[in-house]
Design a protein around this ligand. Structure first.
Ligand code: NAD
Length: 505
């Protein structure tokens, strides 16, 4: 990547394309403060879903690279150069890191779009600022959290302090590559750990780039390492590693379960998991504004091509307004039709890769064969571009017994389920292995709170969808995971609590 700062963000497709043509892509791992090839010399092809072309071949790390990175991370941790630095000094470095992310926002956004297909307007307007904010907010907090004193007898002092864990491995997915990475690396670094980031093999480019920016900000060698490669190779090597103290993960529930097994098979490293979802969006007939609720429901399934862990993929609608509401959603989805990801006007971009596209198309077929009624979308489009695009799709008359309503599709496919009472809505909503998020739309404050309390989900939104900020924790109940990203609660994952007891002589 060319790190020179630009002063003007491109305004149109041609401008972004011109910037893309100038990009120099860094493709190597970053270990102990330097970019390097994999020990094996292996690479994998990084294909853009925008047009099917190979962007670059990326270094494919393996066990040997994981070993090198862990040694570097451990040595750097033990040196104290970062782990023992005063919190306000770590804060200053991380704030510089956030500044650099913002300063390179155009290039980072472009890499994200080319690599995983999201619209450039969202990559630039959502992903870049959210990544910088995650780093900055966390950095600013770190010199404002205190230890505790226990309620001791007069002649004793019980000090309760938090210490960094040591070497943290962070394994992240491809849907928000930078944001998901930032939610892990910011609190891990802020609390003094060394970090090894393994981005998804489907979206490694921004993570590789963040390594250089972190170094430029002043993060010492060995403290922040990036290992591109596959899950079953370098991901597994990190998860099984005897000298990794903590494993943090965002990704699918199946892989999350496997990581718990790896931890048990190795050194019982701490394992924190943000996994899948099948979130219910519950709309009562007395919702304050049905048009607004429908627009929000459309966004909840189409934003980021539906490749969102909190996608509102189960729409629970009160039966009396079902037909009207589906009409409103179909209208709202008109503004979510796929377009060229480098066009700033595009709202719905490309699906990350062929396998994910095939999965979405397969589920659309499953919905039809299960007897749900296809009322919008359902087709692959823009095939002539060489890119991977699918229409936002809506199935009416779905129920929890259908696979389209029970399983996470991770694409723009909405299942509409009707209900007649609040109790029924709650039962349907909670009848899921997942518990990541949920929303409830109603004008009745009692219904709102009764339903919100009854929903088994880590985030509940009332009369909107997908609210939140760095100030609030994010994570799941049930098989959506454990632990929380964001907010001060995130520090729990990256620190051990120590009780130091003194008896005064
Ligand atoms: P995934 O589970 O396939 O992969 C996630 C990461 O795990 C990738 O880096 C991958 O290489 C790695 N991995 C795969 N197998 C591994 C193994 N055996 N050992 C170690 N690492 C391994 O998920 P994905 O397809 O990249 O992302 C989509 C999933 O992520 C969805 O289920 C989505 O709900 C979830 N997600 C959850 C959240 C959340 O905060 N809860 C946020 C975003 C995405």
């Amino acid at each position: 990547m060319n790190h020179s700062q630009r002063t003007t963000t491109p305004k149109d497709l041609a401008g972004w394309q011109a910037l893309a043509d100038q990009l120099t892509l860094e493709n190597r791992a970053f270990i102990n403060g330097a970019y390097r090839e994999a020990v094996s010399g292996e690479t994998f092809a990084c294909i853009s879903p925008v047009d099917g072309r190979e962007l670059v071949s990326v270094v494919s790390c393996n066990q040997a690279d994981a070993d090198l990175a862990v040694v570097a991370a451990r040595n750097a941790f033990e040196s104290g150069a970062w782990s023992q630095l005063a919190p306000d000094r770590r804060k200053a470095v991380l704030i510089r890191f956030a500044d650099l992310i913002e300063a390179h926002g155009d290039q980072l956004a472009l890499l994200e779009t080319l690599d995983m297909g999201k619209p450039i307007g969202h990559a630039r307007g959502v992903d870049v600022p959210a990544t910088a904010r995650a780093v900055r907010w966390t950095a600013e907090a770190i010199d404002k959290v205190y230890g505790e004193l226990a309620a001791t007898p007069h002649d004793q002092i019980g000090m309760i302090s938090r210490e960094p864990m040591g070497v943290v491995a962070a394994i992240v997915p491809w849907n928000f590559p930078m944001i998901m990475a930032a939610w892990k690396i910011a609190p891990a670094l802020a609390t003094g750990n060394s970090v090894i980031l393994k981005p998804s093999e489907k979206s490694p480019l921004t993570a590789i780039c963040l390594a250089a920016l972190a170094q430029e900000a002043g993060i010492p060698p060995g403290i922040f390492n990036v290992l591109p490669g596959y899950g079953h190779t370098v991901g597994k090597a990190l998860a099984l590693h005897m000298d990794v103290d903590c494993l943090v993960f965002t990704g699918s529930t199946n892989v999350a379960k496997q990581l718990m097994i790896y931890a048990g098979q190795s050194n019982m490293k701490r394992v924190w998991l943000e996994a899948g979802g099948k979130s219910p969006n519950i709309v009562f007939a007395d919702a304050p504004d049905l048009k607004k609720a429908a627009a929000s429901a459309a966004t909840a399934i189409a934003f980021n091509q539906g490749e969102v862990c909190t996608a509102g993929s189960r729409l629970l609608v009160e039966e009396s307004i079902r037909a009207e509401f589906i009409g409103l959603i179909r209208e709202a989805l008109e503004s979510w039709q796929p377009g060229h990801p480098l066009d700033p006007a595009t709202t719905c971009g490309a699906i990350v890769d062929q396998a994910q596209l095939a999965r979405i198309i397969e589920y659309i077929g499953i919905g039809q064969s299960e007897g749900a009624t296809l009322v919008a979308g359902g087709k692959r489009v823009m095939e002539d571009t060489g890119g991977l695009f699918v229409q936002p799709t809506v199935f009416d008359r779905a129920n929890n017994g259908m696979r389209i309503a029970a399983e996470e599709i991770f694409g723009p496919v909405l299942s509409v389920i009707s209900f007649t009472t609040a109790e029924e809505a709650i039962t349907i909503a909670n009848d899921s292995i997942y518990g990541l998020a949920a929303a409830v739309w109603t004008s009745n404050i009692n219904t709102a709170h009764r339903v919100a309390k009854a929903l088994r989900a880590g985030s509940v939104w009332i009369n909107h969808y997908d609210g939140g900020d760095m100030t609030a924790p994010f994570g799941g109940f049930k098989q959506s995971g454990n632990g929380r990203d964001k907010s001060l609660h995130a520090f729990d994952k990256y620190t051990e609590i120590k009780a130091t007891w003194l008896v005064i002589e």
